[in-house]
Design a protein around this ligand. Structure first.
Ligand code: G6P
Length: 364
Protein backbone atom coordinates (compact mmCIF):
# COMPACT_ATOMS: atom_id res chain seq x y z
CA UNK A 1 0.00 0.00 0.00
CA UNK A 2 2.86 2.36 0.82
CA UNK A 3 4.21 1.96 -2.70
CA UNK A 4 0.81 2.81 -4.14
CA UNK A 5 0.81 6.04 -2.18
CA UNK A 6 3.86 7.10 -4.16
CA UNK A 7 5.78 8.20 -1.07
CA UNK A 8 2.92 10.29 0.33
CA UNK A 9 1.49 9.51 3.76
CA UNK A 10 -2.07 9.40 2.40
CA UNK A 11 -3.87 8.82 -0.88
CA UNK A 12 -5.68 12.12 -0.48
CA UNK A 13 -2.42 14.06 -0.54
CA UNK A 14 -1.09 11.97 -3.43
CA UNK A 15 -4.26 12.60 -5.40
CA UNK A 16 -4.19 16.35 -4.72
CA UNK A 17 -0.60 16.44 -5.96
CA UNK A 18 -1.47 14.43 -9.07
CA UNK A 19 -3.87 17.09 -10.29
CA UNK A 20 -1.45 18.96 -12.57
CA UNK A 21 -0.73 15.74 -14.46
CA UNK A 22 -4.25 14.29 -14.64
CA UNK A 23 -5.69 17.62 -15.73
CA UNK A 24 -3.29 17.62 -18.62
CA UNK A 25 -4.12 14.00 -19.41
CA UNK A 26 -7.83 14.74 -19.33
CA UNK A 27 -7.32 17.69 -21.63
CA UNK A 28 -5.24 15.79 -24.18
CA UNK A 29 -7.52 12.75 -24.00
CA UNK A 30 -10.55 14.89 -24.75
CA UNK A 31 -8.77 16.89 -27.43
CA UNK A 32 -7.95 13.70 -29.30
CA UNK A 33 -11.43 12.18 -29.06
CA UNK A 34 -14.88 13.23 -30.29
CA UNK A 35 -16.45 13.11 -26.83
CA UNK A 36 -16.87 16.86 -26.38
CA UNK A 37 -18.23 17.29 -29.90
CA UNK A 38 -20.76 14.48 -29.44
CA UNK A 39 -21.91 15.96 -26.16
CA UNK A 40 -22.14 19.50 -27.56
CA UNK A 41 -24.19 18.24 -30.49
CA UNK A 42 -26.77 16.77 -28.14
CA UNK A 43 -26.79 19.95 -26.06
CA UNK A 44 -27.25 22.21 -29.06
CA UNK A 45 -30.43 20.35 -30.07
CA UNK A 46 -31.88 20.35 -26.57
CA UNK A 47 -34.71 22.61 -25.56
CA UNK A 48 -33.96 22.20 -21.87
CA UNK A 49 -30.71 21.19 -20.20
CA UNK A 50 -30.46 19.70 -16.71
CA UNK A 51 -27.36 18.74 -14.74
CA UNK A 52 -27.19 16.37 -11.82
CA UNK A 53 -24.77 14.61 -9.48
CA UNK A 54 -24.23 13.79 -5.82
CA UNK A 55 -21.68 15.31 -3.45
CA UNK A 56 -18.64 16.68 -5.19
CA UNK A 57 -20.01 15.73 -8.60
CA UNK A 58 -23.00 17.99 -7.98
CA UNK A 59 -20.62 20.86 -7.30
CA UNK A 60 -18.94 20.24 -10.64
CA UNK A 61 -22.46 20.48 -12.07
CA UNK A 62 -22.87 23.93 -10.50
CA UNK A 63 -19.65 25.07 -12.16
CA UNK A 64 -21.03 23.72 -15.43
CA UNK A 65 -24.30 25.61 -15.03
CA UNK A 66 -22.33 28.79 -14.41
CA UNK A 67 -20.12 28.42 -17.49
CA UNK A 68 -23.05 27.37 -19.67
CA UNK A 69 -24.84 30.60 -18.81
CA UNK A 70 -21.79 32.83 -19.11
CA UNK A 71 -20.07 31.27 -22.11
CA UNK A 72 -22.66 29.37 -24.11
CA UNK A 73 -25.56 31.63 -23.07
CA UNK A 74 -27.67 28.60 -22.18
CA UNK A 75 -29.52 28.29 -18.90
CA UNK A 76 -29.06 24.93 -17.17
CA UNK A 77 -31.21 23.53 -14.38
CA UNK A 78 -29.05 21.89 -11.69
CA UNK A 79 -30.51 19.41 -9.24
CA UNK A 80 -29.05 17.04 -6.65
CA UNK A 81 -29.47 13.46 -7.90
CA UNK A 82 -31.54 12.26 -4.97
CA UNK A 83 -34.01 15.09 -5.71
CA UNK A 84 -34.95 13.97 -9.22
CA UNK A 85 -38.56 13.46 -8.12
CA UNK A 86 -39.34 17.09 -8.90
CA UNK A 87 -38.62 16.52 -12.59
CA UNK A 88 -39.74 12.90 -12.81
CA UNK A 89 -43.21 13.23 -14.25
CA UNK A 90 -42.40 15.51 -17.15
CA UNK A 91 -42.02 15.02 -20.84
CA UNK A 92 -38.26 15.12 -21.43
CA UNK A 93 -38.30 14.29 -25.13
CA UNK A 94 -36.57 17.58 -25.94
CA UNK A 95 -34.33 17.66 -22.89
CA UNK A 96 -30.80 16.55 -22.13
CA UNK A 97 -29.56 15.52 -18.70
CA UNK A 98 -25.86 15.82 -17.93
CA UNK A 99 -25.23 13.17 -15.26
CA UNK A 100 -21.95 13.54 -13.41
CA UNK A 101 -20.53 10.61 -11.43
CA UNK A 102 -16.87 9.82 -11.07
CA UNK A 103 -17.61 6.17 -10.24
CA UNK A 104 -20.51 5.89 -12.66
CA UNK A 105 -22.32 3.82 -10.01
CA UNK A 106 -23.96 6.21 -7.54
CA UNK A 107 -27.50 4.90 -7.11
CA UNK A 108 -29.25 8.27 -6.90
CA UNK A 109 -27.57 9.52 -10.05
CA UNK A 110 -28.33 6.26 -11.84
CA UNK A 111 -31.98 6.52 -10.85
CA UNK A 112 -32.17 10.08 -12.12
CA UNK A 113 -30.67 8.87 -15.42
CA UNK A 114 -33.18 6.01 -15.72
CA UNK A 115 -36.12 8.19 -14.84
CA UNK A 116 -35.04 10.84 -17.33
CA UNK A 117 -34.60 8.31 -20.11
CA UNK A 118 -37.95 6.71 -19.46
CA UNK A 119 -39.59 10.09 -20.03
CA UNK A 120 -37.90 10.51 -23.37
CA UNK A 121 -34.77 12.42 -22.37
CA UNK A 122 -31.25 11.97 -23.61
CA UNK A 123 -28.31 11.63 -21.25
CA UNK A 124 -24.70 12.76 -21.33
CA UNK A 125 -22.60 11.01 -18.68
CA UNK A 126 -19.43 12.51 -17.25
CA UNK A 127 -17.48 9.74 -15.54
CA UNK A 128 -14.02 8.55 -14.59
CA UNK A 129 -14.70 4.83 -14.94
CA UNK A 130 -14.92 3.31 -18.41
CA UNK A 131 -17.77 0.86 -18.79
CA UNK A 132 -19.42 1.71 -15.46
CA UNK A 133 -23.22 1.65 -15.27
CA UNK A 134 -24.09 5.31 -15.86
CA UNK A 135 -21.92 5.61 -19.00
CA UNK A 136 -23.38 2.32 -20.25
CA UNK A 137 -26.89 3.71 -19.98
CA UNK A 138 -26.07 7.17 -21.32
CA UNK A 139 -26.34 8.27 -24.95
CA UNK A 140 -22.94 9.94 -24.88
CA UNK A 141 -20.13 9.80 -22.33
CA UNK A 142 -17.38 12.29 -21.67
CA UNK A 143 -14.61 10.65 -19.69
CA UNK A 144 -12.31 12.31 -17.22
CA UNK A 145 -8.84 10.78 -17.19
CA UNK A 146 -8.02 11.15 -13.50
CA UNK A 147 -6.96 7.54 -12.93
CA UNK A 148 -8.25 5.59 -9.93
CA UNK A 149 -9.15 7.73 -6.93
CA UNK A 150 -8.75 5.89 -3.63
CA UNK A 151 -9.30 8.69 -1.10
CA UNK A 152 -12.97 8.71 -0.18
CA UNK A 153 -13.22 12.49 -0.51
CA UNK A 154 -13.04 13.38 -4.19
CA UNK A 155 -10.17 15.67 -5.18
CA UNK A 156 -8.60 15.05 -8.57
CA UNK A 157 -11.83 13.77 -10.03
CA UNK A 158 -13.53 17.09 -9.19
CA UNK A 159 -11.12 19.28 -11.12
CA UNK A 160 -11.01 16.88 -14.08
CA UNK A 161 -14.84 16.94 -14.14
CA UNK A 162 -14.70 20.73 -14.15
CA UNK A 163 -12.27 20.61 -17.06
CA UNK A 164 -14.42 18.19 -19.09
CA UNK A 165 -17.56 20.22 -18.41
CA UNK A 166 -15.85 23.48 -19.30
CA UNK A 167 -14.70 21.89 -22.56
CA UNK A 168 -18.31 20.93 -23.21
CA UNK A 169 -19.58 24.45 -22.57
CA UNK A 170 -16.90 25.92 -24.83
CA UNK A 171 -17.62 23.47 -27.63
CA UNK A 172 -21.31 24.26 -27.44
CA UNK A 173 -20.55 28.00 -27.45
CA UNK A 174 -18.67 27.54 -30.69
CA UNK A 175 -21.52 25.50 -32.22
CA UNK A 176 -24.21 27.98 -31.31
CA UNK A 177 -22.26 31.08 -32.25
CA UNK A 178 -21.79 32.47 -28.74
CA UNK A 179 -18.07 32.23 -29.49
CA UNK A 180 -16.19 32.71 -32.73
CA UNK A 181 -13.84 29.98 -33.97
CA UNK A 182 -10.97 32.14 -32.88
CA UNK A 183 -12.30 32.80 -29.41
CA UNK A 184 -13.03 29.10 -29.02
CA UNK A 185 -9.48 28.10 -30.01
CA UNK A 186 -8.02 30.64 -27.62
CA UNK A 187 -10.22 29.44 -24.79
CA UNK A 188 -9.28 25.79 -25.43
CA UNK A 189 -5.60 26.77 -25.45
CA UNK A 190 -6.17 28.43 -22.11
CA UNK A 191 -7.85 25.31 -20.76
CA UNK A 192 -4.82 23.30 -21.76
CA UNK A 193 -3.00 25.13 -18.95
CA UNK A 194 -5.36 23.91 -16.23
CA UNK A 195 -2.60 21.67 -14.88
CA UNK A 196 -0.20 24.62 -14.61
CA UNK A 197 -2.82 26.59 -12.73
CA UNK A 198 -3.30 23.67 -10.32
CA UNK A 199 0.39 23.42 -9.77
CA UNK A 200 0.61 27.15 -9.03
CA UNK A 201 -2.36 26.86 -6.67
CA UNK A 202 -0.55 24.10 -4.79
CA UNK A 203 2.88 25.77 -4.72
CA UNK A 204 1.61 29.17 -3.73
CA UNK A 205 -0.54 27.90 -0.87
CA UNK A 206 1.19 24.90 0.63
CA UNK A 207 3.01 26.81 3.38
CA UNK A 208 0.27 29.30 4.10
CA UNK A 209 -2.24 26.46 4.43
CA UNK A 210 -0.15 24.97 7.22
CA UNK A 211 -0.46 28.22 9.19
CA UNK A 212 -4.12 28.56 8.39
CA UNK A 213 -4.83 24.99 9.48
CA UNK A 214 -3.15 25.56 12.86
CA UNK A 215 -5.34 28.59 13.45
CA UNK A 216 -8.53 26.79 12.37
CA UNK A 217 -8.00 23.41 14.02
CA UNK A 218 -9.65 24.45 17.27
CA UNK A 219 -12.69 26.05 15.63
CA UNK A 220 -16.13 24.49 15.67
CA UNK A 221 -17.50 26.26 12.61
CA UNK A 222 -16.22 27.82 9.41
CA UNK A 223 -18.09 29.77 6.75
CA UNK A 224 -16.93 29.72 3.15
CA UNK A 225 -18.42 32.52 1.07
CA UNK A 226 -18.14 33.35 -2.60
CA UNK A 227 -19.83 35.04 -5.50
CA UNK A 228 -20.39 33.90 -9.06
CA UNK A 229 -18.16 30.97 -9.92
CA UNK A 230 -16.89 31.25 -6.34
CA UNK A 231 -20.19 29.96 -4.95
CA UNK A 232 -19.80 26.49 -6.48
CA UNK A 233 -16.16 26.40 -5.38
CA UNK A 234 -17.16 27.46 -1.87
CA UNK A 235 -19.64 24.56 -1.66
CA UNK A 236 -16.90 22.16 -2.64
CA UNK A 237 -14.43 23.74 -0.20
CA UNK A 238 -16.87 23.45 2.71
CA UNK A 239 -17.70 19.85 1.80
CA UNK A 240 -14.01 18.89 1.74
CA UNK A 241 -13.36 20.47 5.15
CA UNK A 242 -16.42 18.81 6.64
CA UNK A 243 -15.74 15.37 5.16
CA UNK A 244 -12.20 14.86 6.34
CA UNK A 245 -11.71 17.15 9.37
CA UNK A 246 -15.25 16.87 10.82
CA UNK A 247 -15.21 20.61 11.47
CA UNK A 248 -18.55 22.07 10.56
CA UNK A 249 -18.05 24.17 7.44
CA UNK A 250 -20.88 25.82 5.59
CA UNK A 251 -20.82 27.53 2.22
CA UNK A 252 -23.07 30.37 1.19
CA UNK A 253 -23.30 32.86 -1.63
CA UNK A 254 -21.63 35.89 0.00
CA UNK A 255 -24.55 38.16 -0.83
CA UNK A 256 -26.92 35.81 0.95
CA UNK A 257 -24.88 35.68 4.15
CA UNK A 258 -26.69 38.63 5.65
CA UNK A 259 -29.97 36.72 5.37
CA UNK A 260 -29.19 34.40 8.25
CA UNK A 261 -25.64 33.09 8.56
CA UNK A 262 -24.25 36.37 9.88
CA UNK A 263 -26.36 35.92 13.03
CA UNK A 264 -23.84 33.31 14.22
CA UNK A 265 -20.77 35.44 13.67
CA UNK A 266 -18.96 36.61 16.78
CA UNK A 267 -15.39 37.18 17.89
CA UNK A 268 -12.99 34.85 16.12
CA UNK A 269 -15.57 33.11 13.88
CA UNK A 270 -13.61 32.14 10.76
CA UNK A 271 -15.02 33.28 7.43
CA UNK A 272 -13.16 32.29 4.29
CA UNK A 273 -13.91 34.20 1.08
CA UNK A 274 -13.29 32.74 -2.36
CA UNK A 275 -11.98 35.41 -4.74
CA UNK A 276 -12.51 34.66 -8.43
CA UNK A 277 -12.88 36.62 -11.69
CA UNK A 278 -14.48 38.80 -12.94
CA UNK A 279 -12.71 40.92 -10.39
CA UNK A 280 -14.12 44.21 -11.74
CA UNK A 281 -17.64 43.05 -10.93
CA UNK A 282 -17.03 41.19 -7.71
CA UNK A 283 -14.32 43.10 -5.86
CA UNK A 284 -16.44 45.88 -4.42
CA UNK A 285 -19.24 43.53 -3.38
CA UNK A 286 -16.83 41.13 -1.73
CA UNK A 287 -15.25 44.09 0.06
CA UNK A 288 -18.53 45.01 1.69
CA UNK A 289 -19.13 41.36 2.68
CA UNK A 290 -15.68 41.25 4.30
CA UNK A 291 -16.43 44.45 6.23
CA UNK A 292 -19.81 43.14 7.44
CA UNK A 293 -18.11 40.07 8.85
CA UNK A 294 -15.15 41.98 10.25
CA UNK A 295 -17.52 44.35 12.06
CA UNK A 296 -18.88 41.31 13.96
CA UNK A 297 -15.40 40.22 14.99
CA UNK A 298 -14.96 37.51 12.35
CA UNK A 299 -11.52 36.31 11.52
CA UNK A 300 -11.43 36.91 7.76
CA UNK A 301 -9.50 34.90 5.24
CA UNK A 302 -9.36 35.24 1.46
CA UNK A 303 -8.27 32.52 -0.94
CA UNK A 304 -8.31 34.04 -4.35
CA UNK A 305 -6.74 34.99 -7.63
CA UNK A 306 -4.51 38.06 -7.71
CA UNK A 307 -6.25 41.38 -7.43
CA UNK A 308 -8.02 40.79 -4.14
CA UNK A 309 -4.91 41.67 -2.13
CA UNK A 310 -6.09 45.24 -1.57
CA UNK A 311 -9.27 44.16 0.21
CA UNK A 312 -9.47 45.90 3.56
CA UNK A 313 -10.23 44.06 6.77
CA UNK A 314 -8.65 40.77 5.68
CA UNK A 315 -6.59 38.93 8.30
CA UNK A 316 -5.11 36.24 6.10
CA UNK A 317 -4.75 36.15 2.34
CA UNK A 318 -3.68 33.38 -0.01
CA UNK A 319 -2.99 34.68 -3.51
CA UNK A 320 -3.02 31.77 -5.98
CA UNK A 321 -1.87 33.84 -8.94
CA UNK A 322 -3.38 35.72 -11.81
CA UNK A 323 -5.99 33.55 -13.56
CA UNK A 324 -8.98 34.30 -15.73
CA UNK A 325 -12.47 32.91 -15.34
CA UNK A 326 -11.63 29.69 -17.18
CA UNK A 327 -8.53 28.81 -15.19
CA UNK A 328 -9.46 30.15 -11.75
CA UNK A 329 -11.00 26.89 -10.39
CA UNK A 330 -7.77 24.90 -10.91
CA UNK A 331 -5.73 27.41 -8.89
CA UNK A 332 -8.32 28.20 -6.22
CA UNK A 333 -9.53 24.70 -5.32
CA UNK A 334 -6.22 22.97 -4.35
CA UNK A 335 -5.57 25.29 -1.36
CA UNK A 336 -8.93 24.22 0.08
CA UNK A 337 -8.20 20.54 -0.52
CA UNK A 338 -4.85 20.98 1.18
CA UNK A 339 -6.47 22.86 4.04
CA UNK A 340 -9.02 20.08 4.58
CA UNK A 341 -6.23 17.52 4.43
CA UNK A 342 -4.01 19.41 6.89
CA UNK A 343 -6.87 19.89 9.34
CA UNK A 344 -7.64 16.17 9.23
CA UNK A 345 -4.02 15.23 9.88
CA UNK A 346 -3.65 17.78 12.71
CA UNK A 347 -6.81 16.49 14.33
CA UNK A 348 -5.75 12.85 13.95
CA UNK A 349 -8.50 11.93 11.51
CA UNK A 350 -7.87 9.52 8.67
CA UNK A 351 -8.34 11.69 5.56
CA UNK A 352 -8.51 8.66 3.28
CA UNK A 353 -11.32 6.92 5.14
CA UNK A 354 -13.54 9.42 6.93
CA UNK A 355 -15.97 7.87 9.38
CA UNK A 356 -19.49 7.12 8.08
CA UNK A 357 -18.60 7.87 4.46
CA UNK A 358 -18.27 5.54 1.48
CA UNK A 359 -16.43 6.17 -1.75
CA UNK A 360 -19.42 5.10 -3.78
CA UNK A 361 -22.97 5.00 -2.50
CA UNK A 362 -24.81 2.21 -4.30
CA UNK A 363 -27.73 1.81 -1.92
CA UNK A 364 -30.52 4.32 -1.33
C1 G6P B 1 -19.76 9.73 -2.16
C2 G6P B 1 -18.30 10.16 -2.03
C3 G6P B 1 -18.12 11.57 -2.57
C4 G6P B 1 -18.66 11.66 -3.99
C5 G6P B 1 -20.11 11.19 -4.09
C6 G6P B 1 -20.57 11.05 -5.53
O1 G6P B 1 -20.52 10.48 -1.26
O2 G6P B 1 -17.88 10.08 -0.69
O3 G6P B 1 -16.74 11.92 -2.56
O4 G6P B 1 -18.56 12.99 -4.44
O5 G6P B 1 -20.25 9.92 -3.49
O6 G6P B 1 -19.84 10.04 -6.16
P1 G6P B 1 -19.76 9.85 -7.71
O7 G6P B 1 -18.97 8.60 -7.92
O8 G6P B 1 -21.17 9.69 -8.20
O9 G6P B 1 -19.13 11.05 -8.29
Amino acid sequence: EDAEKGGYPHYMLKEIMEQPRVLFETYTGLASSRELENAAKLLSNAEKIFVTGAGTSYHAGLVFAYYMARIAKRPVIPFISSEYLAYRDMDHSNSVLVAISQSGETIDTLQAVRSFKSSGGRVIAVSNVIGSTIPREADVTVYTRAGPEIGVAATKTFLTQVLALTGMALTLAQYNGSMTQNEYRKAMDTLKNAGHAASAGIDRSIRAVELLASSLRSKGNIYVLGRGLGVALAYEAALKIKEVSYIHAEAYPAGESKHGPIALVEDGFPVIFVGVPPREELHEKLQSNVMEMKARGASTIVVGVSGYDDLKGVDFYIDVGNYDEILAPYAVVPPFQLLAYKLAVMLNRDPDKPRNLAKTVTVE
